[in-house]
Design a protein. Structure first.
Length: 82
């Protein structure tokens, strides 16, 4: 993010690329950090969809992450079940 960014710009509907100013390198760094910190959640499907629809908002990113995390937990539970 831009160090000069007005913190009031950070809102659920804020676009990562347009309003928060993340370029492709910063987005890649963010996605890698999220993957590392969140059990390998792959954000590429979210980004491809969001980029086409112009919906790369914080809210849509968090929603995707929650759903992906739930799916991972469900898969892990099924793998552990006898």
């Amino acid at each position: 993010m831009d160090p000069q960014l007005d913190l009031s710009a950070i809102a659920p509907g804020a676009s990562l690329s347009q309003q928060l100013g993340l370029d492709s390198l910063r987005l890649a760094t963010l996605f890698d950090r999220i993957r590392q910190d969140n059990a390998g959640i792959n954000l590429l499907p979210w980004f491809m969809n969001a980029a086409r629809q112009g919906g790369d908002s914080l809210e849509s990113l968090v929603t995707f992450m929650v759903k992906a995390g739930e799916q991972q937990q469900q898969q892990q539970s099924q793998q552990r079940a006898p």
